[in-house]
Design a protein around this ligand. Structure first.
Ligand code: HEM
Length: 522
């Protein structure tokens, strides 16, 4: 190598480091200045930056958590190409009525680390771009979690609910952990036939590991490479590129965890004795005749379910415990409805659903009160014009479901937990139901394929828990009841910060009912 070439290399490396220092120095901060607002119609606002003519406006009216999450997304994109839809009409217009255009996921931004480097785009439906692979994978999940497949998943949900009651009797202070175990065990059993409770919890631990990787990789504003995609081409031996090594390691863990349970079922020597599950039943149905694409779709569909389902359902259930503590009148009304319809000798069944309308109202209000997925990101593959604004392809278009659920023109007194707003027997006008069209779980072609599955889990668990337990505020050192604060953590999934409550059997009879039911069911 000549002196000139060595000199060129040194200059290149120095320039690279200088650029890196500059990038690190100017890394976007989580605290976000102000967002520009265009009011499109009275009811719909689009947040958009930059047209130079934009009118500065604050972000008042948002909960601090949603405002902060939104700020992170916007700063991660350097305020380029983000549209945040705050009204139901704008969300419906774009996500539903123009769903053929608005059904892909954002590519750059948080997608570089999560989607490309860690490989989530290849291993999870949630991150996939709209296209043939997504359609094939989604179809499998859609059919499996569909209302028509209720008979397959309901018994597993019911049995896990009994186990949850038993766990709550034994160690009530660990209620959050028990919720995670019950919901996680049900999803893993249905997906792979894995019996977590009898075979140890190693698969829950593995799934949690995968889930933590996904959460870290997709955290908005965390990775510089999301704002500067060019950084992914840096050689990984250069100092400051720890993120590339982390991505490589995480990618391997993610691919292994998604494939290994599938392979163990596929290689099972006694397939007829294997527990029926999503993967097993598909393998039997296809009789080993699958194209590589079909096989990949099955692996990815199965591997997507735990991560997509666990935080969402656990978040709603933890909110339910908090609401029971803070709104004792709601708890009393739930218990009296269940007591009068079901009586003291058995636990509620799914067939009782129509006879327990107040339980239904509480579930709707839980889904409204805590918008579990407050900002839903979609994108578009071609330019579009909406209300006179050009939205270029690749723009992140985010549905702010939190804003819809807190819009006082749709929900009176939105910050109060009021299940009665959905009571069709009340004298007051009934408010917009968030569940039947599942807009609380997204709209258009990407809406949550597990909406019915989730509503079943919520119904069974909530009806069982309130009939057996009283959920009460924790006590302070003087034995006085204290209300836990209603604080939410920052993240894609809106979930409450750690809190305590007392979970106490309503009577010795209700405690015995749990023990006897579990003995008969197992
Ligand atoms: C109350 C509980 C749940 C809520 C609030 C919820 C909400 C959502 C939302 C908002 C989306 C994005 C929709 C969009 O992009 O328009 C979604 C997607 C998804 N959800 Fe759920 N979800 C819940 C439970 C579950 C469960 C239990 C599972 C699996 C067992 C699941 C599996 C999925 C999958 C696979 C997707 C990706 C769909 C796609 O990108 O095509 N969800 N969910």
């Amino acid at each position: 190598m000549s002196m000139l070439q060595i000199h060129d290399h040194v200059v290149l490396v120095l320039a690279f480091f200088a650029a890196l220092v500059l990038l690190l120095f100017f890394r976007p901060k989580a605290s976000f200045p102000q967002v520009a607002t265009f009011t499109l119609t009275e009811a719909s606002a689009i947040y958009w930056k930059p047209p130079s003519t934009s009118k500065a406006a604050g972000i008042q009216g948002l909960s601090p958590m949603v405002a902060s999450l939104r700020a992170r997304y916007v700063s991660a994109r350097f305020q380029k190409g983000i549209v945040i839809l705050d009204s139901l009409s704008a969300i419906t217009d774009l996500f539903e009525k123009r769903s053929s255009r608005y059904s892909t996921r954002p590519v750059f931004g948080m997608q570089v680390m999560a989607g490309e480097l860690v490989g989530k785009e290849d291993t999870a439906i949630l991150f996939m771009k709209y296209g043939t692979k997504w359609k094939q994978t989604r179809q499998l999940v859609h059919v499996w979690l569909n209302q028509r497949n209720l008979e397959t998943y309901l018994p597993v949900q019911v049995l896990e609910s009994y186990h949850l009651l038993q766990d709550l009797l034994e160690t009530p202070e660990r209620f959050s952990e028990h919720l995670r175990t019950a919901i996680g065990s049900a999803i893993l059993k249905l997906t792979y036939g894995i019996e977590c409770r009898t075979n140890g919890y190693s698969w829950i631990a593995k799934s949690e590991e995968l889930h933590k990787i996904t959460a870290a990789a997709s955290e908005p504003g965390r990775w510089l490479v999301d704002s500067f995609p060019i950084l992914r081409f840096m050689p990984s031996f250069i100092p400051g590129t720890g993120f590339l090594r982390w991505a490589k390691k995480s990618r391997k863990v993610a691919f292994d965890l998604v494939r290994s349970p599938y392979i163990s079922i596929k290689e099972d020597k006694n397939p007829d004795k294997t527990i029926s599950s999503f993967v097993h039943d598909h393998l039997i149905e296809k009789g080993g005749n699958m194209t590589p694409q079909e096989e990949d779709a099955l692996i990815v569909a199965a591997g997507s379910l735990y991560a997509a389902g666990i935080d969402t359902l656990v978040s709603v259930m933890r909110t339910f415990f908090m609401i029971m503590v803070r709104y004792p009148a709601v708890q009393t009304r739930l218990q009296s409805e269940i007591d009068s319809v079901i009586g003291p000798h058995r636990l509620a069944r799914f067939e009782d659903r129509d006879s327990l309308p107040y339980v239904g109202c509480v579930i709707k209000e839980l889904l409204r009160f805590n918008a579990v997925a407050p900002l839903v990101p979609h994108s578009l593959d071609e330019d579009d014009i909406y209300e006179g604004y050009r939205i270029p392809k690749g723009t992140w278009v985010m549905a702010n479901l939190w804003a819809v659920f807190n819009d006082p023109s749709i929900y009176r007194d939105p910050s109060t937990f009021k299940p009665e707003r959905f009571d069709t027997n009340s004298n007051e006008a009934v408010e917009l139901d968030p569940t039947p069209l599942a807009f609380c779980m997204g709209l258009g072609r990407r809406f949550c394929p597990a909406s019915h599955f989730s509503l079943c889990t919520l119904f069974i668990s909530i009806a069982h828990i309130v009939s057996v337990f009283n959920i009460l505020p924790p006590l302070d050192e003087n034995g006085e009841e204290v209300l836990p604060p209603l604080n939410f953590e920052l993240g894609h999934i809106r979930t409450l910060e750690h809190f305590q409550c007392r979970v106490v059997p309503r009577s010795e009879e209700t405690a015995n009912l749990v023990r006897n039911t579990l003995i008969h069911a197992t």
